[in-house]
Design a protein around this ligand. Structure first.
Ligand SMILES: [Zn+2]
Length: 76
């Protein structure tokens, strides 16, 4: 499907690392199927994939592994 943001390329099927924050927790889900625009990088997820992502977090399944994440304050 053609990218609806830049309109310049066909989106490609890729497995991505998806991350989002939940309160003070950063949650990372690996190998999420997505459509990615090779031109502008716009990522789109199918509705059923979004639903699976939400289930994964709401069910608080045991994570595959834990990583340490540095946090910085932005400064000019
Ligand atoms: Zn694009």
């Amino acid at each position: 499907m053609r990218c609806d943001v830049c309109g310049r390329a066909e989106r490609e099927h890729r497995l991505i690392r998806y991350n989002f924050s939940q309160g003070d927790r950063l949650v990372v889900v690996d190998h999420v199927p997505a459509e990615v625009c090779p031109n502008c990088g716009e990522v789109s997820l199918r509705p059923d994939v979004v639903e699976r992502l939400q289930d994964t977090v709401w069910q608080r399944r045991t994570p595959v592994r834990l990583i340490e994440t540095p946090i910085y304050e932005f400064s000019l």
